[in-house]
Write a new protein. Structure first.
Length: 80
């Protein structure tokens, strides 16, 4: 019977260590989640900026295409 007391103490200390480790893991997971959310929001902002840039580029290309078409039409009319 006297051996059960140290075993219980040993088990309780192991359970305590396991709880500490689990708490550490939970804290790390929460930090990782916050970092992922931060990075996700930054990535979404960058994607929005890229979309805006793409739209501006499309508008610029349309303007240049119209100018080229107008120049081509003017050249064709002068040749007639």
């Amino acid at each position: 019977m006297p051996m059960k007391v140290p075993e219980n103490e040993n088990l309780e200390s192991l359970i305590g260590e396991i709880k500490e480790l689990l708490n550490g893991i939970i804290i790390e997971q929460e930090k990782m989640q916050k970092n992922m959310e931060k990075h996700h929001s930054i990535t979404m902002k960058k994607l929005d900026q890229l979309r805006e840039f793409d739209q501006i580029l499309d508008m610029t290309n349309q303007i240049f295409e119209r100018r080229i078409v107008n120049i081509e039409q003017a050249i064709i009319q002068k040749q007639k």
